[in-house]
Ligand binder design. Sequence first.
Ligand SMILES: *Cc1c(COP(=O)(O)O)cnc(C)c1O
Length: 565
Amino acid sequence: MIQPRKSIQRLRKYNPPKEGRREMIRLDFNENTCGPSPGVLKAIKSVCSESLAVYPEYDDFIQELADYLDVRTEQLVITNGADEGIKSIIDTYLNDNEKIVIPVPTFDMFAFYAQVAGASINEVPYNDDLSFPKEMILNNLSNARILVLVNPNNPTGTRISEKDIKEICEKAPETLIILDEAYTQFSDKNSIPLIKKYENLVILRTFSKAFGIAGLRLGYIIANKSIAENILKAKSPYNVNTLAVVAGKAALKDTEYINSYVNEVKSNREFLSAELKKRGFTVYLSSANFILVNFGEENDRICDGLKQKGILIRNRTKNLLLNNCSRITIGTKQQVLSVIKEIDKLKNPAILFDMDGVLADVSKSYRVAIKETAEFYLQKPVEPSQIQALKEEGGFNNDWKLTKELIRRNGQKVSFQQVKDKFQSLYKNRLIRNERLILEKTCLEGLRDRYELGIVTGRPKDEAKFFLMNQGIEDLFNVVITADDVGDRGKPDPLGIETALDLMKKKDAFYLGDAVDDMIAARKAGITPIGVIPPGADQSLALNLRKNGAEDVLASVNDLGEVIQ
Ligand SMILES: *Cc1c(COP(=O)(O)O)cnc(C)c1O
């Protein structure tokens, strides 16, 4: 087989942005989360057939860009995204085995194109506090053909001072300094005036970030005329497509849109940083449209958990110096608020509910079904207190078993199947409609805003579903574990609770139950059992629940606010 070039053979596979990011809140790639200005869309829609038929023409756009930047057209090279700008510069200036100095962690494409080129890559780590390692860089510049400076740096957000940039340009006149200003709009810094002073300085910009057209691939290089000419020589002539040019022109005109977006992002950046700090996380100072945050041990869980909720952020924990860190792109206020809300929910313990007696008032359904089934076979009245006594005894993890036991203790013998059939026909044909929601829906909705909610019930799936749908609360719960999910390992076996915790990726939770078995199951699962007195039951149940592990007992589930805040 024909082998590729040595440098390609050595190349590790680059993992580009994943598919399937649409419809999610995309805070993972530092795009503009609102898209381009409406003027850009309008301009693209009005492109005529001829414009598409001919090869792209660039002169007008380059002139407008030069005016916008206050540079001469000869100083500009437009590129297929800043990515291609990086590639063009490396293609033009870096020979096999020549040295490129890259402070890391940083944007992956520098090392990527340098590897493709077969360069010798010299990575200089940022300081431990992620500040700019100026001294180390200066010490590494001998024989360096290219030095990469990303300002503000991605993913750390670190800003490089103008003083440092100048000092480096001066001390390394033989090194080409690439200054990547992909995030310049968010940093209030503009290094273009330095180009006049330093012949070795090249600036990279993009329309992908603030301008919101990452999908069109448009970037540019600003440099001195001689450098720009050399780069032009080495790049393909029609590298930027016509639609990108049309969009770029329109984007430059709508300065108001960009300014207001940038201002919103900056204020949201401060807001999110402050909120995360309040929650005890380390947030690095950022001059870009993203922040880097250290979530500690919880980093992976938070990233994965947010993804489950449709929010993408970028887990950077595998990068040098960024153990337990994630990068979050700053979006609209609403997007930032939903990130905070979901992080809170991930941090807070989950609240798991038993269904019967806790969410569902079954005093007129299951309780009546037990009573009527027993009475049917015993042919004599059964007192509710007898049923309650059995419940409190524990060990009968469903109402059919309990009913059978009740009948047995009253001196009759019937098969489990007989009990079940009678019970189900009473329940499904009539009594199921008597069920009421105990915990008010608005109260559940309030809890759902701050906690992840789940249900672990001994009910069969269809009966659990029926209740939730009937009450219109099925969307409030992240997981619903029913008898169907645990086979013969119902409570007090902790399997149901453990399954719920696994699915929710939680360790910490409350379990609200009205039975001894609920308390035991919760303890075995290592979470906090909270007892609840069901409607119509005697408050003396409290003592029994406590004896079996309840951390607290609520006279009514509506008092829940008292134990969790
Ligand atoms: C996003 C990014 C770019 C690439 O921008 P494109 O124009 O989309 O190729 C370049 N440099 C840095 C630092 C970036 O974060």
